[in-house]
Design a protein around this ligand. Structure first.
Ligand code: XLS
Ligand code: CA
Ligand code: CA
Length: 438
């Protein structure tokens, strides 16, 4: 098998002083941070769709990058060339995981039976590569948004026939995820939403999504899938309203339908900001509910109102992300670069530069988050801020023993409360700056 990314060798750590575009400045896989090597804190994954399938096509123009990898489009030869390219790429970058949608792997046939046969063939080929390289599958999923049959959703579709096709795709994608040893299985409900309530029975649609998820859990467990199922929240795009709006909404849905034992969340940075939250907000909501499973590590552009899926370079965001991950005691999933190079960055070398940027950004995020925790001033401040709940009436409130009458009597006795302690936001922000840049 011929080398695809010729002229690019394995990417090495050279340190912050390095000017070599094809070297890591901060990601040093074996460096131990808070008791664990960076590579374990940061189980990075390559998204098959962006890195191997997406050539930069957008609504206004054709692809700028050639992702044929020497094979004819829409053939099994191309599917296998993508496997060759993907494994060579991951080995050179030092990425240990990948994520996939079913139809990222093979061209979809008119007959789903033939698509399934192709999927079997390509995953046999992937499995061989996985054995020789040690590269693993982070998660699998089914693309239930691209094909026109999903115009009205998959679980939420108005057509029982289409619902069955979604079930068939999930069944196969779960089988493939088990075959490839995937840690997780994702539901991103891109078309699970609506354009107008004039034609939509929202209650029925949401219940049907839950029914489909229950079917997936039952089947997955029956074939030995032991990993987590994930919902990946996103508020909009492609639909105007998507049911999995944000982490809180998705957790409420999972609990309402008895799915919370089998599901966690896959939080994507760019989706959180589209929902009007910071990335950290949705990570924190997931963490405090015991549901932080996996992360799609990208970033959006706050000047644009859509999902730009950029490689992350914002060290503040990466720091606050890793702060949540460290507070969660790690995640069972990983950090998937659901990100694509900008359209004018069209060379193979640019693909490597993008991953170097993302991995270095998260390495910095990890180092800085650990430093904030080790510094201790932020944690200490937060603890002190709630000190009034440590004894007296405060302790009775926190333990759930106090009654409304008791609290009210306390207020009447005090006549007027003291002002609560200062929030000192600016002081805390300056601590973060001095930890980041001091
Ligand atoms: C799209 C989503 C999608 C999921 C997987 O916005 O990010 O790529 O991660 O279906
Ligand atoms: Ca996205
Ligand atoms: Ca994603």
């Amino acid at each position: 098998m011929a080398e695809i990314f010729t002229g690019i060798s394995s990417i090495r750590y050279e340190g912050p002083e390095s000017k070599n575009a094809l070297a890591f400045k901060f990601y040093d896989a074996d460096r131990v941070v808070m008791g664990k090597p960076m590579s374990e804190h940061l189980p990075f994954a390559m998204a098959w769709w962006h890195n191997l399938c997406n050539g930069g096509k957008d609504m206004f123009g054709d692809p700028t990058t050639d992702k044929s990898f020497g094979a004819e489009a829409n053939t099994m030869a191309h599917a296998k060339a993508k496997v060759d390219a993907g494994f060579e790429f991951m080995q050179k970058v030092g990425i240990r995981y990948f994520c996939f949608h079913d139809i990222d792997l093979v061209p979809e046939a008119d007959d789903i039976n033939e698509t399934n046969r192709r999927l079997d063939e390509v995953t046999d080929y992937m499995l061989e590569k996985m054995k020789t390289t040690g590269i693993q599958c982070l998660w699998g999923t089914a693309n239930m948004f691209g094909n026109p049959r999903y115009m009205n959703g998959a679980g939420s579709t108005n057509s029982a026939e289409v619902f069955c096709f979604a079930a068939a795709q999930i069944k196969k994608a779960l089988e493939l995820t088990v075959k490839l040893g995937g840690r997780g299985y994702v539901f991103w409900g891109g078309r699970e939403g609506y354009e107008t309530l004039l034609n939509t029975d929202m209650k029925f649609e949401q219940e049907n999504i839950a029914r489909l998820m229950h079917m997936a859990v039952n089947y997955g467990r029956s074939i030995g899938f032991k990993g987590d199922f994930y919902i990946e929240p996103k508020p909009k795009e492609p639909m105007k309203h998507q049911y999995d709006y944000d982490a809180s909404t998705a957790i409420g849905f999972l609990r309402a339908h008895g799915l919370d034992k089998d599901f966690k969340l896959n939080i994507e940075a760019n989706h959180a900001t589209l929902a009007g939250h910071t990335f950290q907000h949705d990570l924190c909501v997931s963490r405090i509910n015991g549901m932080l499973g996996s992360i799609d590590a990208n970033q959006g552009d706050l000047l644009l109102g859509w999902d730009t899926d950029e490689f992350p370079f914002d060290v503040y965001d990466a720091t606050m992300c890793m702060y949540e991950v460290l507070k969660a005691g790690g995640i069972s999933g990983g950090l998937n670069f659901d990100a694509k190079t900008r359209r004018p960055s069209y060379t193979y070398e640019n693909m490597f530069e993008a991953f170097i940027l993302g991995m270095d950004t998260y390495a910095l995020g990890l180092l800085k988050a650990a430093a904030i925790i080790e510094d201790g001033r932020v944690d200490e401040f937060v603890k002190d801020r709630y000190a009034s709940y440590q004894d007296g009436i405060g302790a009775r409130i926190a333990s759930g023993e106090a009654t409304l009458e008791e609290c009210a009597a306390n207020a009447l006795k005090l006549k007027a409360p003291k002002l609560p302690g200062s929030g000192k936001q600016e002081y805390l922000e300056s601590i973060v700056n001095s930890v980041l840049f001091g």
